[in-house]
Design a protein around this ligand. Sequence first.
Ligand code: SAM
Length: 248
Amino acid sequence: MSDRQHFEAGGADYAQFRPTYPPELVAWLASVAPSTDRALDVGCGTGQLATLLVEHFTAVVATDVSGDQIANAAAHPRVTYRVEPAEEPDEPDNSYGLVAAGQAAHWFDLPVFFQAAQRVAVGGGVVALVTYGVVEVPGAPGALIGGFYWDVLRGMWPPERAHVETGYRDIEFPFDQIEMPEMWIERSWTAQEFLGYVSTWSGVKQLRRAGREAELDQFAAALQADAGDALLDVRFPVLGRVGRVGGA
Ligand SMILES: C[S@@+](CC[C@H](N)C(=O)[O-])C[C@H]1O[C@@H](n2cnc3c(N)ncnc32)[C@H](O)[C@@H]1O
């Protein structure tokens, strides 16, 4: 399966079920960027990060290789969406205070993308590869979820998923590193909402293709029975690599 196919025809589900980033993440990114005139969000999906960035940046250009994601993206008067690979931004040199990728950089040809980011960022501009790590849920529902993620879905995830689990610690990052403060995405979800999120996992899509749908159904029934009508305390660590390009 190509990178693109993981996300084609998934835009509506992504828009509905994927968590969004905490406001302090974008406030912090704006605080370290040398200018807040323009931000570029690559691999923007349906605009999860772009629509937050625009609270702090005057204009945001948000691009994604998937037409379906862009078709389902959240409209905003100061966000311009475009179908475009992250590696080939159709943008002038030295034009962005921030080049960001949310939960997407592990799909890119990173050496090519880093060159492009270096080119379009202003001197001292910030490149941010942001992701959220593996979901954490306390108690018995958390144990069920952990078993499903780590055991049932073992071998079902694309290899790129490993970068998400480590917060991109294992990639070669060519910019002057800026340490990210600790941040969490926190949500209260019903079991049904959690299962909606699970349905967007590439590992689950692969499980279905492998004809193992029954294991998904079994997990869903167990989680629903355990959680009942209670809300689950769901949290994700916000992780990533953030750095500054040279030439300030
Ligand atoms: C998990 S989604 C992340 C969406 C959103 N940025 C977020 O933070 O939730 C990953 C996105 O990366 C896009 N993508 C994958 N490879 C890409 C590439 N080479 N260039 C641009 N977008 C890409 C996919 O189409 C998908 O929309």
